[in-house]
Design a protein around this ligand. Structure first.
Ligand code: PLP
Length: 375
């Protein structure tokens, strides 16, 4: 269905994705490769479009969380090296091998499954061994276990393409824990080197690139900064959010003082109030916590969200802007004149992080791409 019947869209400026990627490249030493993280549908922006833009701006790798996400990119015609961060069931490893998708190596059972698929498809195995240096999530903490896993791959006739870990506190001020994680990572690297392994080493997420370029190793894996939300202050002014969320006023009415708005009557008008209704709600990813707390931009001015946000609609108080008319454009995320609302603002209002805001924008919102890269 190509026609759109609701005046709501997320506009993704692919030039911003390209510029943010280019900025990230300037933040790491020459020769360090960049892997653009496009999991969760490109943090809500659309994985394939973001992937193409990031690749056109100098990223040479892509990463996603699940095998499904990786297959989607391959089916969109994207041939770049592609890593799945998550745990892939041994039964599904063959699918990854057939499509030249790199897997995170975590379990010995994966080795056998990948080796069988390699024998069958005559394709190469792309295995990135994940080790836990302090995140406490995926991967082993024990150096001998990691070496044993690599050894098992060798016995099955395969190489280890990458060795990686994930930083838990790179976005915080205190560097002690990050330094400790990298020291632990070095122990894994050295132990593997003693066995003759020289894998591609990667550690840094966006905050790592900004705060610890000395730990860039061979490859960095930024996600959120690609979308314009650098988690640390270093160089933050050089990034630009790529996504704007736009809707239009579908109803305008005047309520008498004492009238209430929305479920639970949490907003009661203290004066004669002009209420604008927007066709967007929490089913689209607007957090309900923005009820009576968030703001939107109309005609270059900030206006408050009033009453509880509903599943499909929300209301604004536009009393102070008498010129506002039915059909007016409303910016929920993005810029209008001098004013600007970002996913950081939403995150502050909803007590969360911009990541959750961006990947929470639901599939019901059509994405419109502007400034697509050539070719
Ligand atoms: C393993 C791994 N690397 C890199 C990233 C990218 O992180 P960020 O979006 O903070 O740059 C993520 C995201 O959570 C991740 O799980």
């Amino acid at each position: 269905m190509n026609r759109r019947f609701r005046p709501t869209e997320a506009i993704v400026d692919l030039t911003a994705i390209q510029q943010n990627t280019a900025v990230l490249r300037t933040m790491v030493p020459k020769g360090t490769q960049l892997c653009a993280v496009v999991k969760a549908n490109g943090y809500g922006h659309g994985a394939a479009a973001v992937a193409r833009s990031a690749l056109s701006a100098g990223a040479s790798w892509l990463a996603v969380a699940t095998l499904e996400e990786a297959i989607e990119l391959r089916e969109a015609g994207i041939r770049a090296p592609l890593l799945v961060f998550g745990s892939v069931d041994p039964r599904d490893c063959g699918e990854a091998v057939a499509r030249e998708i790199a897997l995170t190596l975590l379990h010995p059972q994966q080795v056998e499954a990948v080796a069988a698929a390699v024998a069958q498809t005559r394709r190469c195995a792309h295995l990135h061994l994940k080790v836990d240096t302090g995140m406490g999530r995926l991967g082993t903490r024990a150096v001998p276990d990691a070496v044993a896993l690599a050894q098992r791959a060798r016995e099955a006739g395969m190489g280890i393409e990458g060795l990686y870990t994930h930083l838990a506190t790179a976005d915080e001020r205190d560097p002690a824990f990050t330094d400790q994680q990298v020291q632990r990572f070095q122990r894994f690297r050295q132990a593997l080197a003693q066995q003759g392994w020289r894998p591609v080493l990667h550690v840094c997420n966006s905050a790592g690139v900004q705060g610890y370029p000395q730990y860039a190793f061979h490859l960095v894996r930024p996600g959120i900064a690609v979308y314009g939300y650098p988690p640390r202050p270093e160089g933050a002014e050089r990034f630009r959010p790529a996504l704007s969320l736009i809707t239009h006023i579908v109803y305008l009415k005047e309520l008498e003082a004492g009238s209430s708005v929305s479920y639970g009557r949490t907003f009661v008008a203290r004066r004669k109030t002009r209420v604008a209704t927007l066709p967007i709600g929490y089913a689209d990813g607007v957090p309900r916590l923005l009820s009576n707390r968030g703001w939107a931009l109309v005609r270059g001015q900030r206006v408050p969200i009033i009453g509880r946000i509903c599943m499909d609609q929300l209301m604004l108080d536009v009393t102070d802007l008498p010129q506002v008319a039915l059909g007016d454009r409303v910016t929920l995320l993005g810029e209008d004149g001098e004013e600007r609302i970002t996913a950081d603002d939403w995150a502050a209002w909803a007590q969360t992080i911009p990541y959750e805001i961006l990947c929470g924008l639901s599939v019901r919102i059509p994405r419109t791409y502007i400034h697509a890269p050539e070719g």
